[in-house]
Write a new protein. Structure first.
Length: 129
C-alpha cells in the first residue's frame, strides 16, 4: 500500500510540474537576478550543454554537479519581492528535474530529462537577466 501511495505522489508531482504556474515578465522586461546568483545558473546551463555536445553518458554525475550548482544558487539568494517569486516558479520545476535525473536508471529516460533541463535553462534566459 505504501509503495502505491509513493507512486501516486510521484505522478501527482510530475503532473503538477507540467501545469506549473507560468513565469511572468517584469512589465515586459526580464527580471534582474542578483549578480552573486548568476554564476551558478550559468554554470549549470554550461554543464548541460557540454554534456549534450560531447555525447556524455554519466547522467548521474551530471545530476550531482547540477545539484551542487543549485545548492550554491539557493545559498547565495538575496532576492526578494516579485522577482524572487518569479525565480522560484522557474527554480522549483528545475529542482524536480534534477532530482528525477539523479534517481533515473534508464539512459533513454535520462536523455529526455536532460532535454527538459536544456529547455529549462532556455526558459531562464527568456525571463531573467
Amino acid at each position: 500500500k505504501l509503495a502505491t501511495n509513493k507512486q501516486e505522489e510521484t505522478h501527482a508531482t510530475h503532473h503538477h510540474k507540467e501545469s506549473s504556474e507560468a513565469i511572468e515578465l517584469n512589465n515586459g522586461q526580464k527580471w534582474v537576478v542578483n549578480e552573486e546568483m548568476k554564476p551558478f545558473v550559468l554554470k549549470g546551463a554550461e554543464l548541460v550543454s557540454i554534456y549534450v555536445q560531447e555525447n556524455e553518458t554519466d547522467f548521474k554525475g551530471l545530476a550531482i554537479q547540477l545539484k551542487e550548482q543549485n545548492n550554491q544558487l539557493i545559498k547565495s539568494c538575496t532576492m526578494d519581492g516579485k522577482g524572487h517569486d518569479e525565480l522560484h516558479k522557474w527554480l522549483h520545476p528545475h529542482l524536480e528535474l534534477v532530482k528525477e535525473l539523479e534517481n533515473e536508471s534508464i539512459a533513454t529516460k535520462a536523455s529526455e530529462i536532460i532535454y527538459q533541463l536544456q529547455n529549462c535553462y532556455k526558459q531562464y534566459h527568456k525571463y531573467f537577466n
